[in-house]
Design a protein around this ligand. Structure first.
Ligand SMILES: Cc1cc2nc3c(=O)[nH]c(=O)nc-3n(C[C@H](O)[C@H](O)[C@H](O)COP(=O)(O)OP(=O)(O)OC[C@H]3O[C@@H](n4cnc5c(N)ncnc54)[C@H](O)[C@@H]3O)c2cc1C
Length: 500
């Protein structure tokens, strides 16, 4: 093999996580992706922090706006014990209200390609059809990768940092020295396809994601354009044999069992040709790696962790992880911080964000308390003598062991119990209100578990919208982002708020 090409940073994977690592600090960055873009990916419903925060920071917000994606003002749910659907609108969050209180439903082929081309425009050497084969090490340190170029030749790249952003199928994540820990609670499978001609919710909710629970699971209904809809069933793993026997039948039967989605698809036809013509399946998708970094390598996006699709958190966590990794790489390469300090902050913040979403989603699933729902059964199968809630929280807590540094395991049961009750109460009050659509969400944003989820997203969005800001440390004793959001700095060197 020839002498390795030298870079400052190697990014593996050109999805949202990888494309967040743009070369705007003068470093030499190379990105390899095994596929040729545009390429298909699931995960079409975004959150405002990605659109107005990360996309603005990356300088791609106008292009994303011009792409004409469906505007998503919030979500509509048939979920929880109330038979009535309820909505939330981003506009009702005090921090998100105003002109940026929306996200998009995106065709990921277009969205991901926009981000990748943006990275190339910002100086990243993008190499498609170039699968990474393995990490290269120099003693204890990851020092590069081996990959195959489009001509089939094996090549080597060397760099001071490798960021593995190669998604859930990552071949490199073990180079960080940890292992993937799968959630014991979120053990679901998804089967999904696309429909032309499905109905739309009434305005202003017509661009909302609709999530509707039924006995064996729940369905998502995402309006990708005026006529195209992404529909997926999330089922428990007990349905695996049924799905592998006939995935199309399983999807269609699930739709028939969920009245609200069945009615919306009344006059619709399933797409059977082209990229959207395939019925796809994803399984085993909820996990976190026990280590997010080691000398020379950091994991970002699905390569590091993923929870569950219900609240559209995947792309947010991916771009957030990419942003945190970029700050750490920039600080270390500039010689401003020791790597333990910079990447310690990366991992602590990333795990915190994962943990608050995990808590929120666990509370959210627990609201679906119909006797015959599979979530309730999931609690029953633990065979615990304890009450449902305790059994449930034990299941959830099992998946939390990797987060032990961030949450106190002894208080988990109480916390989940309180979160779920708060959330259920807020939804009840939200659903019962008779005020115009927007105001119904006020109560939901008052639930502490929702407020926790919003904190960091609000910061990212404020930074994107308002430009340079100063923030207090998120983690005790931790670092703060530099005013431009590109690096980490010690809090005592940060300019006072308002002077940036
Ligand atoms: C059923 C389901 C529904 C979901 N719905 C939503 C949703 O509504 N909203 C949301 O935000 N998220 C959703 N997600 C999550 C979302 O799909 C992911 O979180 C998101 O795509 C992660 O981005 P990423 O950049 O980490 O990885 P990816 O988007 O997977 O990108 C990884 C890239 O790495 C490349 N790659 C892989 N291996 C190699 C290799 N060896 N060498 C080089 N390149 C490689 C791939 O080609 C790919 O381009 C959903 C997930 C599932 C499973």
């Amino acid at each position: 093999m020839s002498v390795p090409e030298q870079f400052d940073v190697i990014v593996v994977g050109g999805g949202p996580a990888g494309s967040t690592l743009i070369a705007d600090q003068g470093h030499r960055v190379v990105l390899v992706d095994k596929q040729s873009f545009p390429r298909y990916q699931i995960g079409e419903s975004l959150l405002p922090a990605t659109v107005h925060g990360v996309c603005r920071l990356l300088g791609v917000e106008d292009e994303v706006r011009a792409a004409g994606f469906t505007v998503k003002r919030g979500g509509s749910f048939r979920w929880g014990t109330s038979p009535e659907p309820w909505n939330f609108l981003f506009a009702l969050s005090p921090e998100l209200s105003g002109p940026t209180s929306y996200a998009y439903q995106v065709d990921r082929m277009t969205f991901d390609h926009l981000l990748l081309k943006n990275a190339a425009r910002h100086g990243v050497d993008v190499r498609e059809e170039s699968p990474a084969l393995a990490a290269v090490t120099d003693g204890e340190r990851v020092s590069g990768i081996r990959y195959t170029d489009p001509g089939g030749r094996e090549r080597e790249l060397a760099a001071r940092w490798v960021v593995d952003a190669s998604g859930n199928g990552s071949r490199l994540h073990a180079a960080a020295g940890g292992r993937r820990q799968y959630s014991e609670f979120f053990q679901n499978l998804a089967v999904f396809g696309y429909f032309e001609g499905g109905g739309r919710l009434p305005a202003p909710d017509s661009g909302n994601i609709l999530c509707a629970a039924f006995d064996e699971g729940w369905l998502w209904y995402i309006p990708l354009s005026d006529t195209l809809t992404s529909v997926g069933a999330v089922l428990n793993r007990g349905q695996a044999a049924r799905i592998s026997a006939d995935r199309e039948r399983t999807l269609m039967e699930s739709i028939q069992r969920c009245a609200i989605v069945r009615d919306m698809l009344g006059g619709a036809v399933r797409v059977t040709e082209g990229t959207y013509g395939e019925i796809r399946v994803r399984k085993d998708y909820s996990y976190a790696d026990t280590r997010f970094w080691a000398p020379g390598i950091a994991l970002a996006g699905d390569a590091a962790c993923f929870i569950d699709p219900v609240f559209s958190t995947g792309v947010h966590l991916a771009t957030y992880g990419g942003l945190l990794a970029a700050r750490s790489v920039n600080s270390v390469l500039a010689g401003e911080l020791p790597e333990e300090r910079a990447f310690g902050e990366f991992e602590a913040r990333y795990r915190r964000e994962y943990a608050v979403f995990y808590e929120f989603l666990a509370a959210f699933y627990d609201m679906q308390q119909h006797e015959d729902s599979y979530f309730w059964k999931a609690r029953k199968v633990t065979n615990m003598r304890a009450g449902d809630m305790e059994a449930f929280t034990t299941l959830v807590a099992g998946a939390y062991s990797a987060e032990a540094a961030l949450v106190r395991p002894d208080t988990l049961a109480e916390r989940f119990s309180a979160s779920s009750a708060d959330l259920a109460g807020a939804v009840e009050r939200t659903g019962a209100a008779r005020t115009p659509s927007g105001e119904r969400m006020t109560e939901l944003f008052r639930a502490p578990v929702v407020a926790d989820v919003m904190t960091e997203m609000n910061q990212i969005q404020r930074r994107g919208v308002g430009g340079a800001i100063t923030e207090p440390p998120l983690i005790e004793g931790g670092l703060v982002p530099s005013p431009d959001g590109r690096r980490w700095i010690e809090p005592d060197t940060a300019p006072a708020a308002g002077t940036a």
